[in-house]
Design a protein. Structure first.
Length: 159
């Protein structure tokens, strides 16, 4: 009975977050500020899902909330039901949530520049966060200038 109750609660909790036609749940856009990461997750999901291409965009649509759902609602059902419906849906969402190239580069630079280990965070966690920020920085085809590296190393040795 307890096992049944456990599975029932899981199904109720994830009812609107998975597509029943797939064994692989659709990635959830939980934070609009992480749209580009979510978009990458969707592209990866497309490689592992068993949902037929003409139904994938609708599966994604039903997981969206808030502004993302409102934007997706503007894409017609026939366009969502095409084999390239995910591409159409992502293009619509890109126009709303994906910043232009200059803004993306600034965001990547800003995230690198503000990196600081918070009190209570382990060194390991900080290194993981730093490596991810640096990865995102490099994705924007930028390199950390030698001058900035020298300045940062001089600050880190004085503290």
């Amino acid at each position: 009975f307890i096992l049944f109750l456990f599975f029932f609660l899981i199904m109720v909790k994830t009812k609107n977050k998975t597509c029943k036609a797939s064994n692989t749940p659709v990635p959830i856009l939980e934070n609009e500020g992480c749209y580009d990461t979510w978009k990458g997750d969707i592209q990866r999901w497309e490689h592992v899902t068993n949902v037929i291409p003409s139904k994938r965009a609708m599966c994604i649509y039903f997981t969206l909330t808030g502004r993302a759902r409102a934007a997706a609602y503007q894409v017609s059902i026939p366009n969502l039901m095409k084999a390239d419906g995910v591409k159409t849906l992502l293009q619509k969402l890109d126009s709303i949530f994906l910043p232009d190239k200059d803004r993306q580069q600034y965001n990547a630079y800003h995230n690198m520049h503000k990196m600081m280990r918070e009190p209570g965070n382990s060194v390991h966690d900080f290194i993981c966060e730093y490596e991810f920020a640096y990865f995102r920085f490099q994705q924007e085809d930028m390199t950390w200038p030698d001058t900035a590296k020298k300045i940062e190393s001089s600050f880190s040795t004085k503290s």
